[in-house]
Design a protein around this ligand. Structure first.
Ligand code: ADP
Ligand code: MG
Length: 295
């Protein structure tokens, strides 16, 4: 099981859009995916058309990450009603703000990691839509993750913001979780015609090199429409939806490849193969699996 956090320093830049796009790509490819909605706004839960009635939510999981609570907070996405595949959601809640102070306690910061360990065998990929800050909730997500994707728009303060995020990731990697690494920077709402945006993208590439991920995600109303209708972009009609879906396929491939790369040392050192490392296998295998879902 490979865990990716999707993060940004502020809201509205496309965290949820990237999370849903990657979930849609995973669904199309037959990768079993769990989306953890750690943003108090719970937009990912809405976008995944989850029936939350009678269910627990991620705030209860953070209070007590026992298997029973974890399973009680997970529901299938409505996306899977008409198509085969596994897209589950750990339901978001505004109550997660209670866990989002500036300084997480040493005990609280491991809660999501503990919770995910109980369902490790059930998923190939976990996507965590984090809160729009570097506070406790985001750190809790990172400690449970193998990789972090930083989402940004090419704008005035993007370089400084990405730099802060990368430093924070490095701090967590050194202090708490050696397996954590940046996947890279996802450039969203890209308007290729804009000279200002071209300048900002160049600026980011000069600063961060290959950490600026390709392809960029252009500004497309098809994405908003699919999101508004709570449908995966891979099932949305029209050429721009198809083209956008391909970009998410390419990003997903990067995510899965990073999981396979992380799995190599574990395989060559069997004695060290703990549950976390073993579970990196299925995400890699998924590439060779027959396609199911909407593809
Ligand atoms: N590439 C894009 N093209 C068009 N609209 C986008 C794109 N990315 C995000 N949006 C829209 O911008 C708004 C904020 O995006 P969202 O993903 O909800 O941001 P966040 O989760 O970071 O707060 C949403 O209405 C979303 O549909
Ligand atoms: Mg969001």
């Amino acid at each position: 099981m490979h865990v990716l956090s999707v993060s940004s320093l502020k809201g509205g830049v496309g965290k949820t859009t990237v999370t849903l796009g990657l979930a849609s790509a995973a669904f199309a490819r037959g990768v079993r995916v769990l989306v953890v909605d750690l943003d108090p706004q719970a937009d990912a839960t809405t976008g995944l058309a989850v029936d939350t009635a009678g269910r627990a939510n991620v705030a209860e999981v953070l209070a007590s990450p026992k298997e029973k609570t974890v399973r009680g907070a997970i529901a299938p996405s409505g996306w899977t009603r008409a198509h085969t595949g596994v897209v589950d959601v750990m339901i978001g809640s505004p109550l997660t703000t209670n866990f989002d102070g500036p300084h997480p306690t040493a005990r609280d910061i491991w809660k999501l990691e503990e919770a995910l360990a109980t369902v490790e065998a059930d998923y190939d990929l976990v996507l965590v839509d984090t809160a729009p800050s570097l506070n406790a909730l985001t750190r809790t997500a990172w400690v449970a993750s193998d990789r972090v994707a930083i989402v940004t728009e090419p704008a005035l303060f993007s370089v400084a913001a990405a730099d802060r995020a990368l430093r924070a990731i490095e701090e967590i990697r050194r202090g708490l979780s050696p397996r954590l690494q940046p996947l890279g920077i996802v450039v969203n709402r890209w308007r290729e015609q804009s000279a200002e945006q071209q300048f900002r993208l160049r600026e980011m590439t000069e600063m961060f090199g290959p950490l600026v991920l390709a392809p960029q995600l252009p500004e497309r109303t098809a994405l908003q429409q699919a999101q508004g209708a709570a449908k995966p972009v891979h099932l949305w009609p029209g050429d721009t939806a198809v083209e956008t879906a391909r970009r998410f396929d390419a990003l997903l491939e990067r995510v899965l490849a990073s999981g396979r790369a992380a799995a190599v040392p574990a395989e060559s050192a069997p004695a060290a193969a703990g549950p976390v490392k073993e579970a990196a296998g299925p995400a890699g295998e998924a590439a060779g699996r027959e396609e199911s879902g909407p593809a």
